[in-house]
Design a protein around this ligand. Structure first.
Ligand code: SF4
Length: 259
């Protein structure tokens, strides 16, 4: 459930964080952004107290945020994440039960023909490329990793279809390892709206986020932003009047503002 916004005016001091109910301690692993190394207009946006407050409100709003892709093991998560490109998680979740019934292991996918895989994943879009990626990933994992999804970023990045976003999802969700921050379309959009980055390239956005978000929040932070992007900070018409981050947000396309 999303919290209602605090009805507190900030009298034009746009980037000043709203006072939170109750004090929160800075996470021990926080890496505060240095104001001295930032342009003057970025100092307030990236001020450690503002980032802390954003993180606190996100956690309060989405305490149970987790990956929405159905899976029973790291391999199924890898396949589901490849299928989720340009497709909703709900659609992927409609396709994967039958897909994994027909091809229950990486070896079964490795032996399957491309048309057989394509037939099962057609409704997720871009199914020619996705089938190639899944088949290639299965062959690589069977041939070089003894049928098991590897657990490091370097190894995941040599698997067909697994760029950094997919690798971060698998590492974070399947193995609980924070080697980076998942930057999908929601994280990208919200990071811009919240002033957390000015980069456009997802790799640079990820680097920016890794600088300002404590490492022990990387995994949950992306889940929370994705939930917020789906439920409140939607692409076309963000629901700013009901947003728990509103007093901290200066996005130019806000639909309502208290300050
Ligand atoms: S743009 Fe609106 S909905 Fe999105 S974070 Fe800012 S206040 Fe919230």
């Amino acid at each position: 459930m999303v919290q209602k916004k605090a009805a507190r005016k900030t009298a034009g001091k746009a980037a000043r964080p709203a006072k939170a109910p109750g004090k929160t301690a800075r996470p021990s692993s926080a890496k505060p952004a240095s104001r001295r190394s930032l342009p003057a207009d970025r100092g307030l946006e990236l001020a450690p107290k503002r980032i802390e407050e954003l993180l606190r409100r996100l956690r309060a709003a989405y305490p149970n945020a987790e990956c929405a892709l159905l899976h029973r093991n790291p391999w199924e998560l890898l396949v589901a994440t490849i299928l989720s490109a340009q497709c909703t998680d709900a659609r992927v979740n409609m396709v994967t039960p039958e897909l994994f019934r027909k091809f229950p292991t990486p070896a079964a996918f490795a032996q399957a023909s491309l048309p057989a895989i394509e037939e099962e994943i057609r409704s997720t879009g871009f199914y020619h490329n996705k089938a190639k990626s899944i088949s290639g990933a299965a062959k690589k994992i069977v041939g070089e990793f003894n049928g098991r999804v590897p657990q490091t970023m370097a190894e995941l990045l040599i698997i067909p279809g697994a760029a950094r976003k997919t690798a971060n999802v698998v590492l974070g969700v399947a193995f609980g390892k924070a080697e980076g921050v998942v930057v999908d379309t929601h994280v990208l959009r919200l990071s811009h709206r919240l002033g957390l980055t000015r980069a456009e390239d997802p790799k640079k956005v990820e680097q920016d986020l890794m600088q300002i978000i404590p490492k022990d929040r990387w995994i949950a932070f992306s889940h929370e932003l994705i939930h917020h992007g789906r439920q409140v900070c939607i692409a076309r018409k963000p629901r700013c009047a009901e947003c728990p981050l509103e007093t901290l947000c200066n996005a130019p396309d806000k639909t309502w503002s208290s300050h």
